[in-house]
Write a protein that binds this ligand. Sequence first.
Ligand code: UDX
Length: 476
Amino acid sequence: MALEIPSHVIVFPFPVQGHVNSMLKLSELLCLSGIHVTFLNSDHNHCLFSTSDIRSYLLYRYPDLFNFATISDGLSDDHPRSGNRIKDLFKAIEITLIPLFKDMLISGRLNLKFGCFPTCIIIDGTMCSAINVGKDMGIPVIVFRTISASCFWAFFNIPNLIESNEIPLKDNCDMDKYVESVPGMEKILRLRDLPGFCRAADSSDFGLQMMMNQTQLTINAHGLILNTAEELEEEALTQIRRLIPNVYTIGPLHALLNYRLPLTTRPSTSLWEEDRSCMAWLDSQHPRSVIYVSFGSIAVMKSEDIVEILHGLENSGRPFLWVFRPNSVHGVWPVRELGSIGVKKQGYMVEWAPQEEVLAHPSVGGFLTHSGWNSTLESLVSGVPMICWPYFGDQQVNSRFVGEVWKTGLDMKDLCDRKVVEKMVNELLGVKKDMFLESTKVMAKLVNKSLVMGGTSSNHLDRLINDIKVIVNKFN
Ligand code: UDX
């Protein structure tokens, strides 16, 4: 009788919070279907995880199916890994991460716990150079992008945007002009809505080139996993499938995991300790009255912008819960303004919050966000309208979809002024509250429908699981 070969997947995220979050959720969904997973975490992030329960939870719940392995990200421990300095991590991919990954595969160090060679690699889409590493060893590689399909498609079309002279953006160009070189997006994206990388002054810019090249390489992979739902981004998905036919849309992953494995409490995938005191503060507020403010795990803001947002919130007179991550401000920390507003009276500040729980809290009526894709999906699922103040990367595209396509909030892009903040907060939680609550309810229903058995995301996940199970590696 032929010996059954276990499916063993290496899941390798780009080592920052937003990527680790969704790829850990995918890993757990794979374990639930009997697939062995080795999650390749950076040493730095693995160390941060030691303060959370997620490590022990996964190892205890899936003792024969889940394993962590670690790899150096090539940066010193005190490197900030945020703001502009995130590009050092991108540089480390080619220099450190991919060569080390190759060595680990060749040496068999990733086979140790399960005693079997990996049958598939799921690699973060910012590290597509690893596709060749897998190919050389006969292991199929599936790419996972933690961004929206629409942003992926915009990245994919960077060569067209350069060729047609739409980017680099010219001085004094009309930022509200619609983009012509991203097929299917002609009536949606304006120049200002292109991904942040497209604002580079020169087409040889490192970030722009890196994102363009890594995205183009996706075409060589066995398939593409996107943390989105068909219903959210039909047009972009139709376009992508013309070039990459095997696309698995399995999002929103956090909600799909909650649906397939409902738990009363789930250990957080946060790299930093969550300050849960904000939950008690939320309990003391009126229903749908609070604006939640968070700019994710990487954004580093200018102190002038923080001051404008603070005054806008103060002038709106509405209670707010603000996640003020340490080291998230350039320049001078605006202590005077924080003090003068009497933060404790009108607002509450924490360094890191249990965001999914916060968004599900009945007191939260709006989310002032940097429009990271995880935050956008978490807000959509919870039916919370957004004010979008995108920082970089994919966020300019996401905020356009919130403001213009799904109409689940307001896009504050490129306007950080206390009057604008005040006006938008009052629209979201006041004069236009019912309209936004209605549109977010409709979108939440649509997204949640994709998760149930027979729903689009659920079906795509089952297809992915099935495909992984039938992949047999020649080394076994
Ligand atoms: C990055 C990119 O910036 C983002 O645009 C991309 O889509 C993924 O990688 P980040 O900037 O951190 O991520 O934003 P986001 O995608 O929103 O991820 C942040 C995550 O941290 C969310 O899952 C959110 O729930 C979590 N979070 C944030 C917390 O758990 N607590 C907090 O206080 C703030």
